[in-house]
Ligand binder design. Sequence first.
Ligand code: SF4
Length: 259
Amino acid sequence: MNKTGDKLTEYHYRAELLNRLMQLPYEAKLELTKTVIRHALTHAKKACVSISGGKDSTVLLHIVRSVKYIPAIHINTGVEYPETETYIKQIPDVTVIKPPLTFFEVVKKYGLPRTSRCNTTPQCCIKLKHLPIKQYLTNFKPFSCLLFVGLIGSEGRHRRFNFIRRGFIYAHKEWQCYKATPLIHWTSEDIWRYIEEHEIPLNPAYYKYQLDRIGCIVCTGYKDWEKVMSVAHPKLYKQIKKLQQYKNSHQATQQNTKK
Ligand code: SF4
């Protein structure tokens, strides 16, 4: 078989493997997660958990710290829910990283995150989250650091595809570190079960604004963003709407000029 054929076979094998792992009983998933964590910790001297203030990374931090107590990092995009900021402050040993650009500087240049499902990462995520982490990692020798990330497989195709391409633990060439996703075979139901069983206090923003996910207040990258943002932060909502209208009319003018 040629190289392309080999790769395809491997992709199919890993896709099937993830499928089966996602169907394991909860207890077996938890055991596997701990095994992945232990194994990942052997890859690098320094390790930390990336936390957003959302439930998945909160659960991951709890499990990782039950195996070994390590620090956490959190990227504050400058447009976080105030509840998220307070919640993060209550967690011990968290380094808060702030991006050099503001959300509005980024979206004025590159546009707002799109609601429709597309495979490209929004520029605000790249500029406000990815680049600051990459910059933070330059404080360490290349590949001396391991980053745990709380991605779960039921949250989207591209997350599962990441596992299919790279597995639970992999060397991230661009960031020059190791990354591990020990919850990739979990579903939202598993996360809720763990939270209940361990009585983990969650970010109050979930209850206050009836959120399914925690991100930036001004995020327009999901279906119900208008409903949520208009209640959570009416002032920012107006700003975003204005920006949206400006961008739309700007695009329309550009298209007319081209005709
Ligand atoms: S959560 Fe939304 S607004 Fe925040 S960086 Fe990601 S895509 Fe952009």
